[in-house]
Design a protein around this ligand. Structure first.
Ligand code: SF4
Length: 763
């Protein structure tokens, strides 16, 4: 172990990265955090309800629950997330009297979160530096007046994070469209938008096709650009089952993450006391952004194997019956040069051929991926190439095979299904019109990057955020904060304090809401909400705890009341009924959203129901009615000499934008988040000493200097030429217009940076 001065008052210390995930330490860390937030009784009450059929859906991520559930059906991080929300700490009016907005702006993300649950609506009026209490009616009236006073509905922005349940999401998009805008940016714009675009284009539907059973049954599962040990920990249980059924796993990532190596399942005795299960049969430590080249090389090898043994490798019957574009694709791939593949991937030809041999030996193949693929300029092209790979051998529309984009936020997929998208198809808008009797605007709205640009340009003036932490989740932090401050009014519907509450428009509102774990009592009785997981299973979530404050309103209630005040001259939508009984919202969803027929009845059965995916019937609803092979130019990320390619990532002790501590124990980082992980060979070449203090400076064509100051360099086995550092601290380095082609997703996994000797003290 070695130590240098850390950034949180404690010594930054570095230990060797872990080579396995979970096990007893995971249980101990979960309990330690939970008991620091609330009592033993409340911890037990909360945790025993998480992910149970009649319980709370864990807000941690969108990984699905198995049919047969363990009584502890959650992971270390899920336990931390639900008890973080169930905390007994409270933020009251006294707190806001004590701290000005400026003072709160100087506090860390961790400190803000640790203050506890918000308890009553607050307003910061123009010219003031303090939030003060405000009644619900006045707060919502103030927001409604601002909305009604805008010259154009497109001057308003309605942002959501994926925490929102289906019912509130449906109401929010209904309200925004009845008000007159499609400005519905969401967190999906920043994560899986590339997946949605590529899958919609090639398969005709933007969602994953596989179920948990498929993962268990697969012969070969690729886990690409993904760190399940931290970001979707129960995925490791599924991969363990794949292995125990005789399947294999290929992990592809620039960092050798613990969860990709070995898993000690805390639900099993063998995981608590044994050596656990090896996860990756083959680990490819790829250069950032090299995945497109890797899959193109695998496709080339498959075509060549078919040349050698005609009729044994490629599924010609499937290709003939269900796809288009094969010949052009094949001609393109045959032109790929190995020198380019090896340069782009940083892999050896032997490594790729070993994986190819496993592919040839496998009947049923699944490819899973996450942000490591989507947050690149060529993210859409990479996912298209993965689709090519699966189409070649007919690995779509049969058990144990398919595409699996693994979503982060718990209901981010459901929110999109409910209409939270700035570009919903006309068929959805027509169904809304039939159901509610108004004509939704047809023109596309603004996504997240577009929304920030519109605020900067003065085209957007009112911002409502439902959940999330907009200014910390978004790229180009300095520009985004400037954008928020240009607004006439910013409002956030939130459970806890975060940085976005401290970056205010002229007027700012905090509208505190119920959490997932809180009981939701309305005029029509106790309510539940519904969510859709990453594998399209729709099910209920029902809180059990007494709400954090008697002054809280549910998200459904806040949106319904705001809509009534804003759309007073359009009385045809029964907002009051919706607020009283969420079942009436589900009745409307059933008539508007395909796949939700008889919603209330079907969701009442334990575990809910799975939305149909036509791909699983080998029906591809593209314009041509067939799956589409595509041609994708091989892309190679290059940094100028003396520079590195930075990827942003989260620590193990972090939930989205919120760090729970300065520790990242799988990577061996303790008491420090301002660290940059760099390969020792790069440090030697750059002449930079391990543990020295540097500033990270990003290089972009606009000439604007984006600097993240005072990072400790940590020698780490990243892919040579690349670096890694935590977000949100490094979001400041991601230029607003550095986005993926087609999807507009910020390229947070490919930022060209240089390391400069630190110019100042800590930020
Ligand atoms: S895997 Fe995801 S949804 Fe499941 S308990 Fe962990 S954080 Fe929660």
């Amino acid at each position: 172990m070695s130590t240098v001065e850390g950034q949180d008052g404690e010594q930054l210390s570095i230990t060797p990265p872990k080579t396995w995930a979970a096990g007893l330490p995971g249980v101990a860390h979960a309990l330690e955090y939970s008991l620091g937030q609330t009592s033993i009784r409340r911890t037990a009450l909360t945790l025993l309800n998480v992910n149970q059929a009649e319980g709370i859906d864990c807000p941690g991520c969108a990984w699905p629950e198995p049919g047969r559930r363990h009584k502890n059906e959650y992971c270390e991080n899920g336990a931390k997330h639900v008890t973080d929300e169930a905390t007994t700490r409270r933020v009251t009016a006294d707190f806001f009297r004590q701290y000005s907005v400026s003072e709160l702006g100087g506090k860390s993300d961790q400190w803000l979160n640790q203050q506890g649950r918000l308890t009553e609506p607050m307003v910061k009026r123009p010219g003031s530096d303090h939030y003060e209490p405000i009644g619900w009616h006045e707060a919502l009236g103030l927001l409604a007046d601002e909305l009604r006073g805008l010259d154009d509905p497109d001057e308003a922005l309605f942002y959501t994070s994926g925490r929102l349940g289906n019912e509130a999401a449906f109401l929010l998009q209904l309200f925004a469209r009845a008000y007159g805008t499609n400005n519905l940016p969401d967190c999906s714009n920043m994560c899986h938008e590339s997946s949605g675009f590529a899958l919609l284009e090639t398969l005709g539907t933007g969602k994953g096709s596989v179920s948990l059973d498929d993962i268990h049954d697969a012969d070969l599962v690729f886990v690409v650009g993904q760190n399940p040990g931290t970001n979707h920990p129960r995925m490791l249980s599924a991969l363990e089952q794949t292995k125990r059924s005789g399947g294999q796993v290929i992990a592809v990532n620039p960092l050798p993450e613990a969860g990709l190596m070995r898993f000690k399942n805390p639900q099993k005795a063998r995981g608590l006391i044994g050596r656990g299960t090896q996860i990756a049969d083959e680990f490819l430590q790829i250069r950032p952004g090299g995945d497109l080249a890797l899959f193109q090389a695998l496709n080339l090898l498959l075509l060549q194997a078919e040349d050698e043994r005609p009729g044994t490798v490629v599924d010609h019957a499937f290709i003939e019956a269900h796809t288009t574009g094969f010949d052009a694709f094949a001609a393109h791939v045959r032109g790929v040069a190995w020198t380019d593949v090896l340069a782009a991937t940083g892999l050896t030809r032997d490594e790729i051929e070993r994986v190819h041999a496993r592919v040839l030996a496998s009947e049923k193949i699944i490819v899973c991926w996450a942000m490591g693929l989507t947050q690149h300029k060529h993210g859409v092209a990479t996912i298209r190439e993965i689709v090519n790979f699966l189409l070649l051998r007919g690995n779509l529309g049969r058990p144990g095979a398919g595409v699996c984009p693994v979503r982060g936020h718990s209901n981010v997929q459901g929110d999109r299904t409910m209409g939270i998208w700035e570009r919903m198809p006309q068929s959805f808008l027509d169904a809304l019109e039939r159901e509610f009797g108004f004509t939704p605007p047809a023109e596309h709205g603004l996504d997240t990057v577009g929304a920030i640009q519109a605020m900067l340009d003065g085209r957007a003036k009112v911002f409502l955020g439902v959940g999330g932490n907009f200014v910390r989740a978004t790229p180009d932090s300095t520009a985004t904060e400037r954008a928020m401050r240009t607004c006439r009014l910013t409002a956030h519907i939130s459970t806890k304090l975060n940085r976005s509450h401290t970056v205010c428009g002229q007027t700012a509102l905090i509208l505190p809401t119920l959490g997932r774990s809180d009981r939701d009592l309305q005029a029509g009785g106790e309510q539940f909400v519904t969510v859709e997981d990453s594998m399209s299973q729709v099910h209920t979530s029902r809180g059990r705890l007494h709400p954090a404050s008697d002054s809280l309103l549910s998200e459904v209630a806040i949106i319904s009341r705001l809509a009534r005040l804003t759309l007073a001259d359009q009385p045809d939508i029964p907002w009051e009924t919706f607020e009283a009984d969420y079942g009436t919202i589900r009745d409307r969803i059933a008539r508007v959203v395909p796949g939700f027929e008889d919603f209330n009845t079907r969701v009442a059965s334990p575990g809910g129901f799975r939305l149909p995916n036509p791909v699983n019937r080998r029906v591809f609803p593209t314009p041509g009615g067939k799956a589409v092979f595509t041609r994708n130019a091989l892309t190679m990320l290059q940094a100028p000499k003396g520079h590195l390619i930075l990827q942003t990532l989260r620590s193990h002790d972090q939930w989205n934008t919120i760090p729970y501590s300065g520790n990242d124990r799988y990577r061996g980082i303790h008491h420090g988040r301002r660290v940059v992980l760099v390969n020792p060979a790069d440090l030697a070449e750059l002449g930079i000493a391990d543990r020295s203090q540097v500033d990270l400076v990003s290089v972009w064509h606009d000439g604007v200097e984006r600097r993240a100051p005072s990072f400790a360099v940590v020698s780490y086995p990243t892919t040579p030429g690349s670096a890694a550092a935590y977000y949100p601290e490094t979001n400041v380095l991601v230029p607003l217009d550095s986005v993926a082609d087609h999807s507009n997703t910020p390229t947070s996994k490919a930022i060209v940076i240089r390391l400069e000797a630190a110019t100042s003290g800590e930020e």
